[in-house]
Design a protein around this ligand. Structure first.
Ligand SMILES: Cc1cc2nc3c(=O)[nH]c(=O)nc-3n(C[C@H](O)[C@H](O)[C@H](O)COP(=O)(O)OP(=O)(O)OC[C@H]3O[C@@H](n4cnc5c(N)ncnc54)[C@H](O)[C@@H]3O)c2cc1C
Length: 622
């Protein structure tokens, strides 16, 4: 690396171009092993454009300002062909924008919505919904003490840097706000989580087939003999609302976990657009919804209040949306903007992106962080929480994220395996050989009995589907069949030496690791890494199994503009900017450093809860 490049890097100005140049210098195999293969721009044109974008400019102090933070030229008044006016202007019609617009309408406000796609965007399944009506009906209710416990853990996850009241609002409102979200949905089927597949009258095989994706597909949880007619009938009963991850392991105590995960999620199958489309229809009916328009700039009055949005259509013709009470930014995350990812969460830049393949009306990807630029140009502070939080979780190995023995590419043990999915993901990039092997023996069905209730953890193995509770069935968690575990195991061997050969790790070191692990089990204490004894599963009974932990993927960023508990955007002094509200994934100040698995579905919950709050506050002038 030359002196200029070293200097540039030291200033934090290593742009996408030099990053890619460095990557190109590596051999294909080396680049692959560094996880660069799937990152960032795919074509030369895209690489050039993103490099130019990342270059930015230097201030006199030598600090780089990326181009996405440089405000555009003001638009000439003569170029603005239309003016629309409403109490509240919502930018973005994803889950957050839809909830914000609906809440503002319900408060009696007039609303304009601006969306650059040709339609709204809704997807995926899991939503944190503590104490939702569905949970309470099934006897799952958190006490005030337990809520405090969740809140304290969430604050500790972010080393208490986040806004306590903002996080508290989420914990205490996610259940009732989920109920509010569901209110508009006329028909749905509530799954009884504790009922087993063998007991239910639901056609669980057909339901599974219409919602099988992700892990269910990998586990082979799909039924070839289900007729199209049965699948159609299953679709007619959708959405299915499932108290995911229930029942919980009776041997599990959430207060006695290194990484507690609270079982507080509702999964909506086949996906939650089945619920969200009804809120979207309400918004489309009652608001002035403009599709295929791009919000370009926020407008402020002399007192610094945000008063509206300048937006452009496909031809670049400008229009003005005046907001009497407030503008709500709900433009989603920035995972498809390589320059922004490089700048705000560089560690994610090396990961393979797996965001939604959504495009705007011009066919360009969404999730480009437009709202972050819009807010920053209007004086908002961007939450630079070291690496801006990104989702980096992993499905683990054949035994999910259960704390079975892990070894690295040299066959050595390296950690207390009793962690959670998002730790697995990030950790796998930091171990020898950048590979983590999950190792277990044929006693695994008995050994899972003390495994935690966690992200992709299994504490029961059955022979068939009939014994699986529905809360574990549709998106596999808690219970797996033996056949599924075997299917997901990459390697199986009758001797440890054979297994080591298949894995490509040094056999001597691997066997020594296993012997030491078994010795620690017999000793009753993990002197090497401090794992609790009831989660030490000795490796003695052949056949032996090995699976590489799935490498982390970069799903989406979570965070953006600094926010207070009223979801006001904050300025550089952390003071509210009048008239500017935030919703959904772009709300900053709620995570710090990681997106923890303390609760699953916090992204969607943030869209519903903060979307609703933004709509109410903007309409009420809070
Ligand atoms: C594979 C995958 C699985 C996931 N699973 C889950 C899960 O199970 N649970 C969970 O909680 N989260 C999950 N997530 C994350 C979750 O999907 C997102 O956090 C959530 O969809 C964000 O919603 P949003 O409304 O904030 O943003 P979006 O849904 O991205 O909506 C933003 C909208 O703003 C529009 N827009 C952007 N810029 C402009 C502009 N300048 N002008 C006009 N319109 C604009 C966009 O077109 C888009 O429609 C998953 C993500 C991925 C990728």
């Amino acid at each position: 690396m030359g002196i200029e490049e070293t200097e540039a890097q030291a200033r934090g100005a290593l742009d996408r171009r030099s990053f890619l140049k460095g990557a190109a210098a590596l051999s294909g195999a080396a680049a692959l092993s560094l996880g660069l293969a799937g990152c960032g721009p795919k074509t030369a044109e895209e690489a050039k454009a993103s490099a130019a974008d990342a270059m930015g400019t230097f201030s006199e102090e030598g600090v780089a300002t990326p181009s996405f933070l440089v405000p555009p030229e003001p638009v000439d008044e003569a170029d603005i062909v239309e003016e629309v006016e409403a109490d509240v202007v919502v930018v973005g019609m994803g889950l957050a924008g839809i909830c914000a617009a609906r809440a503002a309408l319900e408060e009696g406000a007039s609303v304009v919505c601006l969306e650059k796609g040709t339609e709204y965007h809704l997807h995926s399944h899991q939503i944190t919904a503590i104490n939702s009506a569905i949970a309470k009906e099934q006897g799952v209710e958190f006490t005030d003490e337990e809520l405090e416990c969740v809140l304290n853990r969430m604050m500790a996850d972010g080393r208490d840097r986040c806004n306590y009241n903002l996080v508290k609002h989420m914990v205490y409102h996610c259940g009732e706000d989920f109920d509010w979200y569901l209110e508009k949905c006329p028909d749905y089927t509530v799954v009884r989580a504790e009922e087993t597949a063998g007991e239910t009258k639901l056609d669980y095989e057909a339901i599974l087939n219409i919602c099988t994706d992700g892990l269910a597909a990998r586990a082979g949880r799909h039924f070839d003999d289900v007729t199209p007619e049965r699948e159609e009938a299953a679709k007619a009963g959708a959405p299915y609302l499932n108290l995911f991850n229930h029942p919980v392991n009776p041997a599990w105590d959430v207060t006695d976990e290194r990484y507690p995960m609270f079982a507080s999620v509702i999964a909506v199958e086949p996906n939650h657009s089945y619920v969200g489309k009804h809120s979207a229809a309400y918004v489309e009916e009652h608001a002035d919804v403009r599709y295929a328009v791009w919000a370009k700039q926020l407008e402020k009055d002399d007192a610094g209040r945000v008063t509206g949005v300048l937006f452009a259509d496909e031809d670049g013709t400008y229009r003005r949306a005046k907001a009497g009470k407030g503008v709500i930014l709900a433009t989603g995350n920035f995972s498809s903007n390589p320059a922004m990812v490089d700048y705000y969460c560089r560690s994610a830049a090396e990961l393979e992106p797996t965001g939604w393949p959504e495009v705007d009306a011009k066919g360009d990807v969404t999730n480009t962080g437009d709202g972050i630029s819009l807010a920053a140009w209007a004086g908002a502070a961007i939450d630079r929480s070291e690496t801006m939080t990104y989702v980096c979780d992993s499905y683990g190995g054949a035994m999910g994220c259960n704390p079975f023995l892990l070894v690295d590419g040299l066959g050595a043990r390296f950690m207390n395996e009793d962690v959670t999915g998002e730790v697995f993901g990030a950790k796998s990039l930091r171990v020898a050989g950048k590979v983590m092997w999950q190792i277990f023996d044929d006693s695994f069905p008995d050994q899972v009995a003390n495994m935690p209730v966690g992200h992709r953890c299994y504490w029961r193995i059955t022979e068939g589907y009939d014994d699986i509770p529905l809360g574990h069935l549709f998106d596999p968690i808690g219970t797996m069949t033996r056949a599924e575990v075997e299917k997901m195991s990459q390697f199986k061997a009758d001797t440890l030496e054979e297994l080591a050969e298949q894995m490509g790790v040094p056999a001597d070191a691997f066997v020594a690791t296993i012997e030491r692990y078994n010795e620690l089990y017999d000793l009753g204490r993990d002197e090497d890494f401090g794992k609790r004894h009831d989660r030490m599963a000795p490796v003695r009974t052949p056949p032996f199994y090995a699976t590489a932990i799935t490498p982390p993927k970069f799903r989406n960023t979570v965070g953006g503009v600094m926010s207070d508990e009223h979801v006001h955007a904050l300025d550089e002094n952390n003071l509210p900017i009048a008239g500017l509200y935030l919703a959904g994934s772009m709300v900053g100040n709620r995570f710090h450093g990681c997106y923890p698995n303390t609760n699953m579905g916090q992204n969607h919950a943030g869209c519903i809860v903060y979307g609703r709050l933004a709509g109410q506050n903007a309409a009420r002038g809070v």
